[in-house]
Design a binder for this molecule. Sequence first.
Ligand code: HEM
Length: 506
Amino acid sequence: MDKSHGMTASSRPINAPQSRSFVGMFGRMFRELPAWEPDGVTETEKLASIQKIAVEMEEKVDTPENDIDAIDGVPGIPAAYTFFGQFVDHDLTFDPRSSLQKANDPDNLEDFRTPAFDLDNIYGRGPDDQPYLYRRETHRKSLVLGEAKSVKDDKVKPVKDADLPRSADGTAIIGDMRNDENLLVSQLQLVFLKFHNKIVADLAAKGMPDDRIFAEAQRVARWHYQWVVIHDWLDRLCGPKIIDEILDIEGEGRFGKPKLMFYHFKEYPFMPVEFSVAAYRLGHSMMRNRYRIKDNRELPLFDIGKDDDSGEDLRGFQHIEPKNTVEWCHLLAFKGKDKAKVQASRKIDKFLCSPVIHMPNRIANPDDVAEPPVPLPKQIDDTRRSLAFRNLLRGYRLGLPSGQSVARRICVKADDILPGNTPLWRYMLDEASKFGKGNQLGPVGCRITAEVFIGLLAADPTSFYSTNPTWTPASDPVLTIAPQDPKDPRPFQLRDIIAYAAPESI
Ligand code: HEM
């Protein structure tokens, strides 16, 4: 399967359940604001203006040294979070009609993903509907894993449970194909499969009746994941102040009702385009050119110019060789491991690394961008591979407001509003440079991201926040998963899931 996570019906089964809670819709947070307009009168001139902004966003000097691990002496966000961010995106969003031409009406774009933090990219539609994702055992409680193996050299010994389950041609058999797009998100998917399986094993060891184990393990996995999304990942992006303010645990929030100022929905939540097409594309600026995955094993994100998969790089959709399985201590700090090895994400700023500006065809799927009625002019054609151009073009076609108008609408102090008339995605990146030194979002990025994350958590009647807003991992009634450092201000983190679920991979 050769599609990226922004892409196509083929990466998501069309036979998604029809229940109303499963199907979400795209919509807008700031309906009343005018659309940002690029400079120019004709469509061609406007596209050329967008192209100009995109071209300036490529980090020109691409050397490994550019992938800085600390920003002004402050350690950056560990690199594992970039791919956790991508994993979360896939849990929340799916746009089956990704064509930038068609995608100009958010009210008619269906999001076949449940807009909820429910790990449906792990569970698919469950053991009854997709039994092949589950082990053949009583009640199909745990998920199938695969082995890392070399398809080129049969003398290489395969490693059990070190890759996703795959068909003979290398296609991953998982709930969401997009989680096999690159090696790092693919190995993170494996961690979450193992996370569920380890909980199943622990609950069985505690004597829980077999027929209760699947549902309880799913609840434990989801609640811990939701905790990490809000109190670890969102906390890193926005800091605790805005989270506490929106969660409002002392006030209405104790009934699972957050204080949302701009993200409003009636019965069912929708996926705001301001989030999916702008704010949460923050991760596109966090990717590094290259990643070290083991001592002495470093690979580029994409080998630029290699469209035929002959390059040595991190692209996915294929069997993983044992030499390419990831050791997470290179992307995240663990107790007892050398912290100096940890690579950071790149700054959240206006620059993107070259591999995503020149994405391989297989990932970029450029044909999706240039459909009638407004084909891209010839001189802009090559730019279709650029993720910066794609994000900006999609924002324009969807009529997203400028960053400045959102900043005014959410009452950012006049002095803190950046000058000019900037497309929302780019504005949010510029803000992160100015206010967060590239390590945190600014006021606009935080407001959109935090309201959507917390709003979706509250809209899910099965989330920990709706069920028991004061729940913490330490207070789980059924299973306590020991964190690496209980005294850390973030008491339960992504590293705790990895260390518990897949200690052999750290
Ligand atoms: C190797 C890493 C990644 C690649 C190659 C990649 C590529 C893409 C592509 C090609 C699109 C569709 C663009 C369009 O035509 O509109 C997209 C969409 C998107 N990306 Fe990424 N991306 C990566 C990582 C990330 C990360 C780390 C995040 C967030 C933390 C992120 C968030 C999003 C969001 C929110 C969308 C729109 C929703 C969707 O359709 O999934 N991406 N990405």
